[in-house]
Design a protein around this ligand. Structure first.
Ligand code: A3P
Length: 296
């Protein structure tokens, strides 16, 4: 594997057909042999689809009431380990997961469905998948790659959007990711497939659906409290939720909690980029029943 260059950015390479950087493959033995427990809950997403938002919602649903100290002392990335994470000097995702004393364990992954460790399927773990429309997802990923030193340099927006369409961004093609997980639902019923746009449109409704999937009974008051505490402005101002404590990101370039909107792609795509993207998208998605909203 590539050595870490403290100042430099990682190189992209092909890993089992997926564009990857060493920070997500260096611990592969342990990822592949991950000891899943039946009550583990996996939060799976393509990067920048709303992972942190849904992670925080789940954390509050399970531990918000009984573990108040958790809310002020433990950043979200330690509450919800990132399974394949392997950045030197920091704990790996599998180490953090093993150390978790909570029940259930909430575990985050960006892996495409075909790379998920077998044990999670064997244990019939619940999976919450979050998807976001391709255009906003690409824009968000572009700004993230600008500020996050464990990601490759994005280059300018024009070259980035080409890279995104070619599936050369880290964790591979968005198209295969969202459709692969969507298809998985057909033979694995323990998946709740959510959309970022739905969450923005009606967080309360999505919370109810989520609770019903998880088999959690909550009062309207509890849900309202979680809804409020996880709105964009609240999370942006919350050091335990906004990633301001992680050393690899430069918020002077772009903050982690950047805009939190549906439709910011309009501020990035040119008219001709948009036409080209739509045409390519139609081809890529023609065999899928998945429908996304690029505005609400
Ligand atoms: P933008 O870059 O479009 O603002 P992830 O957690 O998967 O990395 O996704 C990050 C994206 O979700 C960012 O999108 C971020 O601002 C947005 N986000 C995070 N928390 C949010 C919230 N509570 N409400 C709305 N958007 C949120």
């Amino acid at each position: 594997a590539e050595q870490m260059k403290p100042e430099g950015r990682p190189e992209i390479f092909d890993f089992q057909g997926i564009s990857m950087v060493n920070y997500f493959t260096d611990n592969w033995e342990n990822v592949q042999n991950f000891h899943a427990r039946p009550d583990d809950i996996l939060i799976a997403t393509y990067p920048k689809a709303g992972t942190t938002w849904v992670s925080y919602i789940l954390d509050l649903l399970y531990f918000g009431k009984d573990m108040p100290e958790r809310q002020t002392t433990l950043p979200i990335y330690e509450r919800v380990p990132f399974l394949e994470f392997a950045v030197p000097v920091m704990h790996t995702g599998t180490e953090l997961a093993e150390k978790l004393s909570t029940c259930p364990r909430l575990i985050k992954t960006h892996l495409p469905v075909q790379l998920i460790p077998k044990a999670l399927w064997e244990q019939n773990c619940k999976v919450v998948y979050v998807a976001r429309n391709a255009k906003d997802n690409a824009v968000s990923y572009f700004h993230f790659d600008r500020m996050n030193k464990v990601q490759p340099e994005p280059g300018d927006w024009n070259s980035y959007i080409e890279k995104f369409m070619e599936g050369k961004t880290v964790f591979g093609p968005w198209y295969d990711h969202v459709t692969g997980w969507w298809e998985k639902k057909q033979n694995y019923s323990n998946i709740h497939y959510m959309f970022y746009e739905d969450l923005i449109e009606d967080t309360g409704r999505e919370l109810e659906r989520l609770c019903s999937f998880l088999g959690l009974s909550t009062t309207a008051e509890e849900r309202e409290c979680i809804r409020g505490g996880t709105q964009f402005d609240a999370m942006k101002a919350n050091p335990m939720a906004n990633y301001s404590t992680i050393p690899v990101m430069d918020f002077k370039i772009s903050p982690f909690m950047r805009k939190g909107k549906v439709g910011d792609w309009r501020n990035h795509f040119t008219v001709s980029q948009n036409e080209e993207f739509d045409e390519h998208y139609k081809q890529k998605m023609k065999n899928s029943t998945l429908v996304f909203r690029t505005q609400i």
